[in-house]
Write a protein that binds this ligand. Structure first.
Ligand SMILES: Cc1cc2nc3c(=O)[nH]c(=O)nc-3n(C[C@H](O)[C@H](O)[C@H](O)COP(=O)(O)OP(=O)(O)OC[C@H]3O[C@@H](n4cnc5c(N)ncnc54)[C@H](O)[C@@H]3O)c2cc1C
Length: 501
């Protein structure tokens, strides 16, 4: 059996694991990163993200500052029916909180405050280490609203992986690739290392303080169904990196009675085209068409209001349909609309399925043709003020409240409340749509120093967690914060674990 020793052992080499490793090395620690993937696939979800960050952005912006949406969104999504007495306690210093507060199911202000404070210094630290971010550049996302300009890391998450990995190695950091951590080693209540399996299932023990930066469990179908219910069987990771995150980091900490946090039944989802393995293969154009299921029935109001208010609704609704699949149908009127930048919402590399009639389209989709024809006819008849349809500009911008056109249906259920124009101009087109998983919301409870606490609110000595491994989402994900939290809490963990007791 092989053994390795370092001051700090980090499980995972995504945003959280790499930022942790570099900060720990700079603080004088020795580090080993354990990474399940081979070197050319390292980096989990981080490798595939565009790394949009919820920062103030635009021509006048100088430094790094969180967008106001940060507090608003976390405030709205802080937890479900939080006990007001427990919440009231959190105005005092964290040391004075009761064990109930330290383990309660909510986004605690200690954690959120620590996150917010870390953003500017962490991003400055990264830019000094070769990561390029320009707050003056801001990009709206397909399906994100214009009032949230996102600031991107140039080169996305891959740039984080490719910039930080060589720096870590130059400073003596070691990577154990194709090695999977599966059990924490504990002595008298203190975590002193982690047991791993390598090639040929060889057991490897790596000793040191342990930082779990191993993502969520989006790559583990068994855990997804166990915690989220049977519709989760249809979920597919939105990018290849998610397959590597199988939840061992969470399981081994829970075995030591770590406190759980975040909504374990929920996850951040996106609608993608199942015909391609491309990351984030979206075709986010259903507000301009209709969405039907395999039975040929509509099942959702395709354009109710600003997308930000219901971004998770379509993927959740699709998972509830037979076979977990849906079809976005539109016609030549949209396809030939040159004034409207509707293709902005399309990222799939597959062309739409095309047919000269609705019945022919149905046959290609294996939907009963008569039923699809009936659904489209009913929808067309219900479009009562199609002359008001106003497409144009960037799709994302149009979906801001106030940019909606109010062209609606009458007398059908579900209604379509905006952009309701008849689908009657052949040829007809369709993008298939499934729900994909970006990351899971369930994770571990940590304090503001990234130390994992147990179910009684006590710190588990020698154990830290950062990034997706920490549970801090209830309800809607605060978009543009997941890369940031990985970078910030990874660095916090690396610095804190490097302190000599
Ligand atoms: C396509 C896509 C687009 C996204 N867009 C955005 C965006 O614009 N903005 C944003 O903020 N977020 C975005 N996200 C989410 C964000 O990228 C991730 O949540 C974040 O990067 C996660 O960082 P992490 O370090 O916590 O986990 P990861 O980057 O997933 O790293 C986890 C690492 O742990 C390794 N690992 C897992 N289990 C083990 C084990 N048992 N032993 C050893 N190694 C293990 C994995 O191989 C992986 O390298 C996106 C994600 C995807 C996939």
């Amino acid at each position: 059996m092989k053994q390795h020793h370092a001051d700090i052992v980090i499980v995972g080499a995504g945003a959280a694991g790499l930022s942790c490793a570099l900060s720990a090395l700079e603080a004088g620690s020795t580090v080993i990163n354990i990474e399940r993937a081979p070197r050319d696939m390292m980096g989990g979800n981080t490798r595939w993200t565009e790394a949009n960050m919820l920062l103030k952005g635009g021509p006048d912006q100088e430094g790094f500052e969180l967008n106001d949406m940060f507090y608003m969104s976390y405030g709205i999504n802080k937890g479900f029916h939080v006990d007001p007495d427990i919440e009231a306690e959190t105005v005092s210093d964290y040391e004075n909180w009761s064990q109930l507060a330290k383990t309660a199911q909510f986004v605690d202000p200690e954690l959120l405050g620590s996150f917010a404070e870390a953003v500017a210094p962490t991003l400055e630290w990264l830019t000094e280490r070769g990561i390029k971010i320009d707050p003056k550049q801001a990009a709206p996302l397909p399906f994100c609203i214009e009032s949230i300009p996102y600031v991107q890391i140039y080169g996305g998450g891959l740039a984080i992986v490719e910039s930080l990995t060589p720096r870590i190695e130059e400073k003596g950091g070691q990577f154990l690739f194709e090695t999977t951590a599966n059990k924490l080693i504990e002595e008298n209540g203190t975590v002193v290392g982690v047991r791993c399996s390598g090639k040929d299932n060889e057991t490897i023990q790596v000793y040191g303080k342990v930082v779990l930066a191993s993502g969520g469990f989006e790559g583990n179908p068994q855990m997804l169904v166990q915690y989220g219910g049977k519709n989760n069987r249809y979920l597919r990771p939105v990018a290849k990196g998610g397959h590597y995150n199988k939840g061992e980091g969470l399981r081994m900490a829970l075995e030591l009675n770590a406190a759980a946090a975040g909504d374990w039944s929920d996850c951040h989802q996106q609608v993608v085209d199942p015909r391609t393995g491309l990351q984030e293969a979206m075709a986010n154009i259903w507000p301009y068409g209709v969405m039907v299921n395999q039975r040929g029935e509509r099942f959702i109001n395709e354009a109710p209001n600003a997308i930000f208010e219901w971004q998770e609704a379509p993927p959740e609704a699709i998972m509830e349909q037979p076979g977990g699949i849906a079809y976005t149908i539109y016609d030549e009127k949209l396809a030939s609309d040159k004034d409207c930048n509707w293709k902005y919402g399309i990222r799939t590399d597959k062309p739409p399925i095309k047919a000269d009639s609705i019945e022919e389209l149905a046959a290609q989709l294996m939907i009963p043709p008569a039923k699809l024809k009936q659904t489209i006819n009913e929808y067309n008849r219900a479009c009562v003020n199609a002359d008001k349809v106003k497409r144009g500009g960037v799709l994302g911008e149009l979906l801001v409240k106030g940019h909606l056109d109010g062209a609606t249906t009458e007398g059908i259920n579900p209604p379509k409340e905006n952009f309701a124009a008849p689908i009657d101009s052949p040829p007809y087109y369709c993008y298939p749509a499934i729900s994909s998983i970006c990351f899971t919301h369930g994770g571990l409870r940590t304090n503001g120093q990234a130390q994992v606490v147990n179910a009684s609110g006590e710190v588990i000595p020698g154990l830290y967690a950062a990034g997706e491994t920490v549970g801090m989402h209830y309800g809607n994900y605060t978009v543009g914060t997941s890369v940031l939290r990985g970078l910030c809490f990874g660095r916090i963990a690396g610095q804190h674990a490097s302190k000599k007791e």
